[in-house]
Design a protein around this ligand. Structure first.
Ligand SMILES: C[S@@+](CC[C@H](N)C(=O)[O-])C[C@H]1O[C@@H](n2cnc3c(N)ncnc32)[C@H](O)[C@@H]1O
Length: 270
């Protein structure tokens, strides 16, 4: 049965973890102090866990600004989206894509409008930091499943930061829960990097993330990371954490010894 939480992620995001929350919710902790999500994207896990207290961060400034505006001004954003919904066309899309609104509400609505109507919900910018994804095939800007009021209530008690993951993870204390879902890069993969924003997530960043999660684990934080089920990632984490391989479609969780059949890896310390 679907619950309203499943509809709260209001963005379509590459690597979105809605499937994790529907099939593997039992792997997530049931109690913890504060919730930290440091690669927020569409926030599927945050919206499903509905924590009382949270710090949410992502390096994408436009994304974090959009969440911040929704904390208090969701109605104004929905009004703007209604306008985009009525005007949506190829001309309107490119006009909005080329615009730089000075108002925060208009910028947040522009971000959601482009996310919902661009090609595959992709976020990509050129070297000047300008969004450059072409129009996609989706027509609907407002969806019958939208519940901006509910998501704004959930966001109201959260701290939102546009930041690299390291400094944020370093702030978490004993008993806090850290969910980390970085871009999936693996060692020796020169062609297939996922380019988010202007900055590529390199293998060095994967090592920096592991080191920072090991520090957090030693401080007593609950750590949960998702990543590619690849030998290089397994080697990175196997000495310090428990590894669980996940099959995305059938819903079977298995020990990492059966890897190969499984696409995703969960790394945990609880
Ligand atoms: C796989 S996506 C997260 C998807 C998210 N879990 C969801 O359900 O939509 C990875 C995110 O990491 C962000 N990111 C990339 N490099 C980062 C960094 N160095 N620090 C923090 N966030 C970063 C990207 O902007 C992107 O939103």
């Amino acid at each position: 049965m679907e619950t309203s939480s499943q509809h709260l992620p209001f963005l379509k995001w590459v690597g979105g973890k809605r499937w994790l929350t529907t099939t593997y919710a039992s792997l997530l902790p049931s109690s913890y102090k504060k919730y930290y999500e440091v690669f927020l994207g569409s926030g599927a896990v945050f919206f499903s866990m509905r924590p009382q207290q949270a710090t949410l961060s992502d390096i994408n400034e436009e994304l974090i600004e959009c969440y911040s505006v929704l904390q208090n001004e969701w109605q104004e954003v929905v009004d703007q989206l209604r306008g985009h919904h009525l005007k949506h066309s190829k001309d309107h899309y490119y006009k909005v894509r080329d615009s730089k609104p000075s108002s925060l509400v208009k910028r947040a609505a522009r971000f959601i409008y482009l996310n919902r109507t661009c090609w595959n919900g992709l976020y990509r910018v050129n070297l000047r930091g300008e969004f450059n994804v072409p129009i996609g095939t989706r027509e609907n800007v407002l969806l019958h499943t939208d519940n901006f009021e509910e998501l704004s209530l959930l966001l109201r008690n959260t701290e939102l930061l546009a930041a690299d993951f390291e400094a944020v993870i370093d702030r978490a204390n004993a008993g806090d829960f850290i969910f980390a879902d970085p871009p999936y890069t693996v060692r020796h993969n020169f062609n297939g990097f996922v380019k988010y924003n202007e900055k590529i997530f390199h293998w060095d960043d994967q090592i920096r993330l592991r080191d920072c999660l090991v520090r957090a684990s030693k401080r007593g934080c609950l750590v949960f990371l998702t990543n590619a089920n690849h030998q290089s990632v397994i080697e990175l984490y196997q000495n310090d954490f428990e590894l669980v391989s996940l099959e995305r479609n059938s819903g079977i969780a298995a020990n990492s010894r059966n890897r190969g059949m499984y696409e995703e890896l969960v790394v945990r310390n609880f």
